[in-house]
Design a protein around this ligand. Structure first.
Ligand SMILES: NC(=O)c1ccc[n+]([C@@H]2O[C@H](COP(=O)([O-])OP(=O)(O)OC[C@H]3O[C@@H](n4cnc5c(N)ncnc54)[C@H](OP(=O)(O)O)[C@@H]3O)[C@@H](O)[C@H]2O)c1
Length: 372
Protein backbone atom coordinates (compact mmCIF):
# COMPACT_ATOMS: atom_id res chain seq x y z
CA UNK A 1 0.00 0.00 0.00
CA UNK A 2 1.24 3.49 -0.83
CA UNK A 3 1.32 6.54 1.36
CA UNK A 4 -0.12 10.06 1.21
CA UNK A 5 1.70 13.17 2.41
CA UNK A 6 0.01 16.40 3.38
CA UNK A 7 0.64 19.67 5.18
CA UNK A 8 -0.79 19.54 8.71
CA UNK A 9 -0.81 21.22 12.11
CA UNK A 10 0.09 18.26 14.31
CA UNK A 11 0.19 17.54 18.04
CA UNK A 12 3.66 16.16 18.88
CA UNK A 13 4.11 13.57 21.63
CA UNK A 14 5.65 14.53 24.98
CA UNK A 15 8.78 12.67 23.83
CA UNK A 16 9.08 15.14 20.93
CA UNK A 17 8.07 18.25 22.92
CA UNK A 18 8.61 17.51 26.61
CA UNK A 19 8.04 21.02 27.96
CA UNK A 20 4.78 22.18 26.46
CA UNK A 21 2.26 20.82 24.02
CA UNK A 22 1.62 22.99 20.97
CA UNK A 23 0.54 22.43 17.40
CA UNK A 24 3.42 22.43 14.91
CA UNK A 25 3.20 22.69 11.12
CA UNK A 26 4.87 19.85 9.24
CA UNK A 27 4.41 17.32 6.46
CA UNK A 28 2.38 14.38 7.75
CA UNK A 29 2.52 11.04 5.95
CA UNK A 30 -0.11 8.31 6.37
CA UNK A 31 -1.08 5.03 4.67
CA UNK A 32 -3.31 5.35 1.57
CA UNK A 33 -7.05 4.58 1.88
CA UNK A 34 -8.46 1.07 2.25
CA UNK A 35 -11.66 -0.04 0.49
CA UNK A 36 -14.03 1.56 3.08
CA UNK A 37 -12.15 4.82 3.42
CA UNK A 38 -12.06 8.14 1.58
CA UNK A 39 -9.52 10.86 1.03
CA UNK A 40 -11.04 14.27 1.69
CA UNK A 41 -10.10 17.95 1.73
CA UNK A 42 -11.26 19.66 4.93
CA UNK A 43 -12.86 23.02 4.04
CA UNK A 44 -13.66 24.40 7.51
CA UNK A 45 -13.03 23.04 10.98
CA UNK A 46 -14.42 24.14 14.34
CA UNK A 47 -12.43 24.42 17.57
CA UNK A 48 -13.71 22.03 20.24
CA UNK A 49 -13.04 21.35 23.92
CA UNK A 50 -11.34 18.02 23.13
CA UNK A 51 -8.62 19.87 21.16
CA UNK A 52 -7.88 21.93 24.27
CA UNK A 53 -7.78 18.74 26.37
CA UNK A 54 -5.36 17.25 23.79
CA UNK A 55 -3.03 20.25 23.68
CA UNK A 56 -2.91 20.63 27.46
CA UNK A 57 -2.50 16.80 27.73
CA UNK A 58 -5.24 16.88 30.37
CA UNK A 59 -7.01 14.70 31.44
CA UNK A 60 -5.05 12.33 29.18
CA UNK A 61 -1.99 12.49 26.96
CA UNK A 62 -3.54 11.27 23.72
CA UNK A 63 -0.21 10.63 21.93
CA UNK A 64 0.79 8.30 24.80
CA UNK A 65 -2.70 6.75 24.91
CA UNK A 66 -2.55 6.03 21.16
CA UNK A 67 1.11 5.03 21.25
CA UNK A 68 1.82 7.53 18.43
CA UNK A 69 4.49 10.14 18.05
CA UNK A 70 2.28 12.60 16.19
CA UNK A 71 -1.50 13.10 16.04
CA UNK A 72 -3.61 15.15 13.62
CA UNK A 73 -6.49 16.52 15.73
CA UNK A 74 -9.82 17.88 14.56
CA UNK A 75 -13.13 16.00 14.88
CA UNK A 76 -15.47 18.81 13.83
CA UNK A 77 -15.79 20.28 10.38
CA UNK A 78 -16.85 20.07 6.80
CA UNK A 79 -14.90 18.24 4.08
CA UNK A 80 -15.10 17.65 0.32
CA UNK A 81 -14.61 14.03 -0.78
CA UNK A 82 -11.70 13.66 -3.22
CA UNK A 83 -11.30 9.92 -3.68
CA UNK A 84 -13.32 6.92 -2.46
CA UNK A 85 -12.32 3.32 -1.74
CA UNK A 86 -13.76 0.51 -3.88
CA UNK A 87 -16.41 -0.55 -1.27
CA UNK A 88 -17.63 2.93 -0.31
CA UNK A 89 -21.37 3.35 -0.92
CA UNK A 90 -22.53 6.20 1.39
CA UNK A 91 -20.68 9.08 -0.26
CA UNK A 92 -19.42 10.01 -3.74
CA UNK A 93 -16.44 11.92 -5.00
CA UNK A 94 -17.24 15.64 -4.90
CA UNK A 95 -19.74 15.34 -2.01
CA UNK A 96 -19.55 17.96 0.73
CA UNK A 97 -19.93 16.24 4.08
CA UNK A 98 -20.04 16.81 7.78
CA UNK A 99 -17.35 15.08 9.79
CA UNK A 100 -19.04 12.59 12.13
CA UNK A 101 -16.37 12.37 14.82
CA UNK A 102 -16.59 8.79 16.05
CA UNK A 103 -13.36 6.77 15.97
CA UNK A 104 -14.61 3.53 17.51
CA UNK A 105 -18.15 2.21 18.10
CA UNK A 106 -19.51 -0.39 20.54
CA UNK A 107 -21.70 -3.30 19.45
CA UNK A 108 -24.84 -1.11 19.74
CA UNK A 109 -23.56 1.81 17.68
CA UNK A 110 -22.61 4.08 20.57
CA UNK A 111 -19.24 5.85 20.36
CA UNK A 112 -16.35 4.57 22.44
CA UNK A 113 -13.45 6.67 21.13
CA UNK A 114 -13.27 9.91 19.19
CA UNK A 115 -11.84 10.44 15.72
CA UNK A 116 -8.74 12.67 15.73
CA UNK A 117 -8.57 12.31 19.49
CA UNK A 118 -8.20 9.06 21.46
CA UNK A 119 -8.93 6.57 18.62
CA UNK A 120 -5.55 5.22 17.47
CA UNK A 121 -4.69 5.59 13.79
CA UNK A 122 -7.40 8.18 13.04
CA UNK A 123 -6.77 11.69 11.75
CA UNK A 124 -8.83 14.87 11.86
CA UNK A 125 -9.23 18.11 9.95
CA UNK A 126 -6.04 19.93 10.98
CA UNK A 127 -4.56 18.71 7.67
CA UNK A 128 -4.92 19.86 4.06
CA UNK A 129 -5.84 16.27 3.13
CA UNK A 130 -7.35 13.78 5.55
CA UNK A 131 -8.43 10.14 5.56
CA UNK A 132 -11.80 9.06 6.95
CA UNK A 133 -13.91 5.91 7.11
CA UNK A 134 -17.16 6.36 5.15
CA UNK A 135 -19.08 6.01 8.46
CA UNK A 136 -17.30 9.18 9.61
CA UNK A 137 -19.03 11.29 6.95
CA UNK A 138 -22.61 12.53 6.58
CA UNK A 139 -23.45 14.38 3.33
CA UNK A 140 -24.72 17.91 3.91
CA UNK A 141 -28.34 18.22 2.72
CA UNK A 142 -28.43 19.33 -0.91
CA UNK A 143 -29.73 22.86 -1.38
CA UNK A 144 -29.13 23.77 2.27
CA UNK A 145 -29.44 27.49 2.92
CA UNK A 146 -27.02 27.33 5.84
CA UNK A 147 -23.36 28.22 5.35
CA UNK A 148 -20.55 25.67 5.45
CA UNK A 149 -19.20 27.52 8.51
CA UNK A 150 -22.49 26.83 10.29
CA UNK A 151 -22.35 23.14 9.36
CA UNK A 152 -18.75 22.97 10.58
CA UNK A 153 -19.88 24.44 13.92
CA UNK A 154 -22.83 22.03 13.97
CA UNK A 155 -20.90 18.83 13.33
CA UNK A 156 -19.77 18.02 16.87
CA UNK A 157 -21.48 20.31 19.37
CA UNK A 158 -25.03 20.13 17.92
CA UNK A 159 -24.94 16.37 17.33
CA UNK A 160 -23.66 15.88 20.90
CA UNK A 161 -26.39 18.16 22.22
CA UNK A 162 -29.06 16.21 20.33
CA UNK A 163 -27.89 12.87 21.73
CA UNK A 164 -27.59 14.15 25.29
CA UNK A 165 -30.94 15.95 25.22
CA UNK A 166 -32.79 12.84 24.03
CA UNK A 167 -31.58 10.77 27.00
CA UNK A 168 -31.91 13.58 29.58
CA UNK A 169 -35.46 14.47 28.56
CA UNK A 170 -36.60 10.84 28.49
CA UNK A 171 -35.11 10.40 31.97
CA UNK A 172 -36.98 13.48 33.22
CA UNK A 173 -40.20 12.15 31.75
CA UNK A 174 -39.67 8.74 33.37
CA UNK A 175 -40.55 10.36 36.72
CA UNK A 176 -42.53 13.43 35.66
CA UNK A 177 -44.90 12.25 32.92
CA UNK A 178 -47.62 14.66 31.88
CA UNK A 179 -45.93 17.84 33.17
CA UNK A 180 -46.31 20.48 30.42
CA UNK A 181 -42.98 21.52 28.89
CA UNK A 182 -43.57 25.16 29.90
CA UNK A 183 -43.12 23.98 33.50
CA UNK A 184 -39.81 22.26 32.72
CA UNK A 185 -36.84 24.47 33.64
CA UNK A 186 -33.62 23.69 31.76
CA UNK A 187 -30.48 25.44 32.99
CA UNK A 188 -26.85 25.15 31.83
CA UNK A 189 -23.35 26.39 32.47
CA UNK A 190 -21.76 28.08 29.45
CA UNK A 191 -20.39 26.36 26.33
CA UNK A 192 -21.36 25.64 22.74
CA UNK A 193 -22.90 22.25 23.52
CA UNK A 194 -25.03 23.81 26.26
CA UNK A 195 -26.11 26.64 23.97
CA UNK A 196 -27.21 24.12 21.32
CA UNK A 197 -29.08 22.04 23.88
CA UNK A 198 -30.86 25.03 25.42
CA UNK A 199 -31.93 26.16 21.94
CA UNK A 200 -33.45 22.70 21.49
CA UNK A 201 -35.16 22.79 24.91
CA UNK A 202 -36.54 26.22 24.06
CA UNK A 203 -37.88 24.93 20.77
CA UNK A 204 -39.83 22.27 22.70
CA UNK A 205 -41.30 24.94 25.00
CA UNK A 206 -39.15 24.62 28.13
CA UNK A 207 -38.03 27.60 30.25
CA UNK A 208 -34.30 28.04 29.53
CA UNK A 209 -31.50 29.69 31.53
CA UNK A 210 -27.75 29.86 30.81
CA UNK A 211 -25.03 30.86 33.27
CA UNK A 212 -22.32 32.63 31.27
CA UNK A 213 -19.96 35.60 31.07
CA UNK A 214 -18.95 38.17 28.41
CA UNK A 215 -21.20 40.80 26.82
CA UNK A 216 -21.22 39.09 23.37
CA UNK A 217 -22.65 35.91 24.91
CA UNK A 218 -25.24 37.81 26.90
CA UNK A 219 -26.30 39.49 23.64
CA UNK A 220 -26.50 36.16 21.77
CA UNK A 221 -28.60 34.60 24.54
CA UNK A 222 -30.95 37.58 24.57
CA UNK A 223 -31.36 37.37 20.79
CA UNK A 224 -32.03 33.63 21.11
CA UNK A 225 -34.69 34.05 23.81
CA UNK A 226 -32.61 32.25 26.46
CA UNK A 227 -32.54 33.83 29.92
CA UNK A 228 -28.98 34.58 31.12
CA UNK A 229 -27.20 34.78 34.46
CA UNK A 230 -23.93 36.70 34.20
CA UNK A 231 -21.52 34.74 36.42
CA UNK A 232 -18.90 37.51 36.26
CA UNK A 233 -21.04 39.66 38.59
CA UNK A 234 -20.24 37.37 41.55
CA UNK A 235 -17.01 37.35 43.54
CA UNK A 236 -15.38 34.03 44.45
CA UNK A 237 -16.66 34.42 48.01
CA UNK A 238 -20.32 34.84 47.08
CA UNK A 239 -20.30 32.78 43.85
CA UNK A 240 -22.31 29.79 45.04
CA UNK A 241 -24.87 31.86 46.91
CA UNK A 242 -25.12 34.34 44.03
CA UNK A 243 -25.75 31.73 41.32
CA UNK A 244 -28.19 29.76 43.48
CA UNK A 245 -30.02 32.97 44.40
CA UNK A 246 -30.32 34.02 40.75
CA UNK A 247 -31.64 30.57 39.74
CA UNK A 248 -34.14 30.58 42.63
CA UNK A 249 -35.36 34.01 41.54
CA UNK A 250 -35.79 32.98 37.89
CA UNK A 251 -37.62 29.74 38.81
CA UNK A 252 -39.75 31.19 41.61
CA UNK A 253 -37.95 28.87 44.02
CA UNK A 254 -38.96 25.73 42.07
CA UNK A 255 -35.40 24.83 41.08
CA UNK A 256 -34.08 23.32 37.87
CA UNK A 257 -35.71 20.30 36.19
CA UNK A 258 -32.78 19.46 33.88
CA UNK A 259 -29.33 20.95 34.53
CA UNK A 260 -26.71 20.62 31.76
CA UNK A 261 -23.29 20.61 33.43
CA UNK A 262 -20.33 20.05 31.10
CA UNK A 263 -17.98 22.04 33.35
CA UNK A 264 -17.52 19.53 36.19
CA UNK A 265 -15.47 19.81 39.36
CA UNK A 266 -15.66 23.53 40.30
CA UNK A 267 -19.42 23.90 39.74
CA UNK A 268 -20.88 20.42 40.30
CA UNK A 269 -21.89 21.09 43.91
CA UNK A 270 -23.88 24.18 42.82
CA UNK A 271 -25.50 22.21 40.00
CA UNK A 272 -26.79 19.58 42.44
CA UNK A 273 -28.05 22.21 44.88
CA UNK A 274 -29.94 24.00 42.11
CA UNK A 275 -31.83 20.84 41.03
CA UNK A 276 -35.52 20.44 41.87
CA UNK A 277 -36.83 17.15 43.24
CA UNK A 278 -36.94 14.51 40.47
CA UNK A 279 -34.39 16.71 38.69
CA UNK A 280 -31.94 15.43 36.07
CA UNK A 281 -28.27 16.43 36.02
CA UNK A 282 -26.94 15.72 32.56
CA UNK A 283 -23.43 15.80 31.18
CA UNK A 284 -21.17 14.81 28.32
CA UNK A 285 -18.19 16.96 29.34
CA UNK A 286 -15.61 17.81 31.99
CA UNK A 287 -14.21 21.14 30.82
CA UNK A 288 -12.81 22.11 34.25
CA UNK A 289 -12.32 18.75 35.97
CA UNK A 290 -13.72 15.25 35.76
CA UNK A 291 -13.90 14.24 39.41
CA UNK A 292 -17.00 15.08 41.41
CA UNK A 293 -18.34 14.24 44.84
CA UNK A 294 -21.85 12.93 45.29
CA UNK A 295 -23.68 12.34 48.57
CA UNK A 296 -25.65 9.31 47.52
CA UNK A 297 -28.30 9.53 50.26
CA UNK A 298 -29.26 13.10 49.31
CA UNK A 299 -29.37 12.23 45.60
CA UNK A 300 -31.62 9.23 46.32
CA UNK A 301 -33.95 11.12 48.64
CA UNK A 302 -34.28 13.93 46.06
CA UNK A 303 -34.78 11.33 43.30
CA UNK A 304 -32.12 12.96 41.11
CA UNK A 305 -31.20 11.15 37.91
CA UNK A 306 -27.57 11.47 36.73
CA UNK A 307 -27.17 11.21 32.94
CA UNK A 308 -23.82 10.67 31.20
CA UNK A 309 -23.51 10.46 27.41
CA UNK A 310 -20.70 10.56 24.87
CA UNK A 311 -21.36 12.12 21.42
CA UNK A 312 -24.03 10.19 19.46
CA UNK A 313 -24.93 7.24 17.27
CA UNK A 314 -24.94 7.56 13.47
CA UNK A 315 -28.75 7.55 13.53
CA UNK A 316 -28.77 10.38 16.07
CA UNK A 317 -26.40 12.31 13.79
CA UNK A 318 -28.79 11.87 10.84
CA UNK A 319 -31.81 12.79 13.01
CA UNK A 320 -30.05 15.91 14.31
CA UNK A 321 -29.27 17.09 10.78
CA UNK A 322 -32.82 16.42 9.59
CA UNK A 323 -34.26 18.31 12.58
CA UNK A 324 -31.84 21.22 12.09
CA UNK A 325 -32.79 21.60 8.42
CA UNK A 326 -36.51 21.61 9.08
CA UNK A 327 -36.64 23.59 12.35
CA UNK A 328 -33.89 26.18 11.88
CA UNK A 329 -31.88 24.75 14.79
CA UNK A 330 -28.43 25.95 13.74
CA UNK A 331 -25.42 27.72 15.21
CA UNK A 332 -25.21 31.43 14.37
CA UNK A 333 -23.28 32.29 11.19
CA UNK A 334 -20.10 34.07 12.22
CA UNK A 335 -18.32 36.19 9.58
CA UNK A 336 -14.99 35.78 11.34
CA UNK A 337 -13.06 32.72 10.20
CA UNK A 338 -9.53 32.04 11.47
CA UNK A 339 -7.00 31.49 8.67
CA UNK A 340 -4.94 28.28 8.33
CA UNK A 341 -1.79 30.21 9.26
CA UNK A 342 -3.42 31.55 12.44
CA UNK A 343 -4.24 28.14 13.94
CA UNK A 344 -1.69 28.28 16.82
CA UNK A 345 -2.87 31.78 17.83
CA UNK A 346 -6.49 30.60 17.63
CA UNK A 347 -5.79 27.60 19.88
CA UNK A 348 -3.91 29.82 22.36
CA UNK A 349 -6.83 32.25 22.47
CA UNK A 350 -9.32 29.40 22.96
CA UNK A 351 -7.30 27.74 25.74
CA UNK A 352 -7.03 31.12 27.50
CA UNK A 353 -10.77 31.80 27.22
CA UNK A 354 -10.13 34.81 24.94
CA UNK A 355 -12.63 33.90 22.17
CA UNK A 356 -16.17 35.09 22.74
CA UNK A 357 -17.98 33.00 20.11
CA UNK A 358 -19.11 29.53 21.17
CA UNK A 359 -18.17 28.24 17.71
CA UNK A 360 -14.69 29.33 16.54
CA UNK A 361 -14.38 28.28 12.88
CA UNK A 362 -11.11 28.00 10.95
CA UNK A 363 -10.37 27.61 7.24
CA UNK A 364 -8.35 24.69 5.93
CA UNK A 365 -8.93 24.67 2.16
CA UNK A 366 -11.73 27.25 2.02
CA UNK A 367 -11.83 29.42 -1.07
CA UNK A 368 -13.36 32.86 -0.92
CA UNK A 369 -16.40 31.68 -2.91
CA UNK A 370 -16.84 28.40 -0.98
CA UNK A 371 -20.24 29.40 0.35
CA UNK A 372 -21.69 31.04 -2.74
N1 LIG B 1 -18.35 13.65 25.21
C1 LIG B 1 -18.61 14.31 24.10
O1 LIG B 1 -19.07 13.75 23.14
C2 LIG B 1 -18.38 15.80 24.05
C3 LIG B 1 -18.76 16.54 22.94
C4 LIG B 1 -18.58 17.91 22.94
C5 LIG B 1 -17.97 18.52 24.03
N2 LIG B 1 -17.57 17.76 25.09
C6 LIG B 1 -16.91 18.37 26.27
O2 LIG B 1 -17.85 19.19 26.95
C7 LIG B 1 -17.16 20.28 27.59
C8 LIG B 1 -17.83 21.59 27.18
O3 LIG B 1 -17.71 21.73 25.79
P1 LIG B 1 -18.28 22.99 25.03
O4 LIG B 1 -17.83 22.85 23.63
O5 LIG B 1 -19.71 23.19 25.29
O6 LIG B 1 -17.50 24.14 25.80
P2 LIG B 1 -16.91 25.47 25.25
O7 LIG B 1 -17.74 25.94 24.10
O8 LIG B 1 -15.47 25.32 25.09
O9 LIG B 1 -17.21 26.47 26.44
C9 LIG B 1 -16.96 26.25 27.77
C10 LIG B 1 -17.51 27.45 28.53
O10 LIG B 1 -17.66 27.12 29.88
C11 LIG B 1 -17.67 28.30 30.63
N3 LIG B 1 -16.80 28.12 31.79
C12 LIG B 1 -15.46 27.95 31.78
N4 LIG B 1 -15.01 27.80 33.03
C13 LIG B 1 -16.08 27.87 33.84
C14 LIG B 1 -16.26 27.78 35.25
N5 LIG B 1 -15.25 27.58 36.10
N6 LIG B 1 -17.49 27.89 35.73
C15 LIG B 1 -18.54 28.07 34.91
N7 LIG B 1 -18.44 28.17 33.57
C16 LIG B 1 -17.22 28.06 33.05
C17 LIG B 1 -17.14 29.42 29.75
O11 LIG B 1 -18.25 30.22 29.36
P3 LIG B 1 -18.65 31.58 30.18
O12 LIG B 1 -17.36 32.27 30.48
O13 LIG B 1 -19.52 32.31 29.21
O14 LIG B 1 -19.35 31.13 31.41
C18 LIG B 1 -16.60 28.65 28.55
O15 LIG B 1 -16.67 29.38 27.35
C19 LIG B 1 -15.70 20.14 27.16
O16 LIG B 1 -14.99 19.46 28.17
C20 LIG B 1 -15.76 19.29 25.91
O17 LIG B 1 -14.57 18.58 25.67
C21 LIG B 1 -17.77 16.43 25.13
Amino acid sequence: MGTVSTEAWVLPSAARRPKQAELIRETYTFPDITSNEVLAKPIYGCVEGNMMHAITRDPIDICAERGEDTVVLGNAGVVRVDKIGSDVTHVREGDTCLVFGVGEWDAYGYPVKALGYDAAGTMGVFAKTTKLHEKQLIPIPTGTTYSLQQWAAFSLRYVTAWGNWRVAYECWQSQMKGIPTKEVVVCAWGGGVSFAQLALAKHFGCQTIMVCSQPERLALLKASGIDAIDRSQFSDADFEQGVLGAIAEKTNGRGVSIFIDNIGTPVHRITLKALARQGVITTCGWKCGMRTLVTRAIECINRHIHVHTHFATCQEGLDAIQFAQTHDWMPPHDEHVWAWDEIPQMMDAYVNGAISTYFPVFAVNAERDEDE
